[in-house]
Design a binder for this molecule. Sequence first.
Ligand code: GDP
Length: 197
Amino acid sequence: MKIEQATFVISNTDYKKCPQPDKPEYAFIGRSNVGKSSLINMLTGKSTLAKTSQKPGKTQLINHFLINDSWYLVDLPGYGWAQASKADKEKWTQMTRTYLRHRENLLCVFVLIDSRHEAQNVDLEFMQWLGESQIPFAIIFTKADKQSKTRTVQNVEAIQTKMLEFWEELPVSFTTSAVSNEGKEEILSYISSLNET
Ligand code: GDP
């Protein structure tokens, strides 16, 4: 799939105010600073569509983008930032979980994980919750260009081994780099295939 058109539609904190659920939808989520905005910009070919930031936990909104007039890409606020207050964390949990549970046109949640680090509890617990809630998801291992290919493969395998302590099988996964565009075609093809089902 080639993305010809990517336009911002609406940001809000309430899933009920999201656009009509009349098109397939894909959400992107992960720890703050994981490279979510960079990945969204890489996928859409628009360098400023999602706001990249060095400041963790900045976006606290559900952001809808309409792609090729046929599906929605959703940028969800990042989790796991160290300085957030308990109240902010609860607000995040309430807002995103309510959206994820109720959004009937949501076909897949892409959970972003930094390919340089070991499995983090906050990621494992979030995926556990997705599984228990029967929300389909795939994993995107980000920032692959920051280390050697061998190292990336080793890290990804270590995270997957950890996951197999809790899961019988592994979700679909992708390895990406917003610098080299690695993984772009694979993710867009995956979305295309789900759009056609
Ligand atoms: P977000 O908070 O998850 O939206 O993360 P950003 O997209 O703002 O990225 C956080 C930092 O990581 C920024 O300095 C980006 O330039 C950098 N970054 C993101 N993706 C990549 C990548 O694939 N490769 C490299 N080398 N840097 C990246």
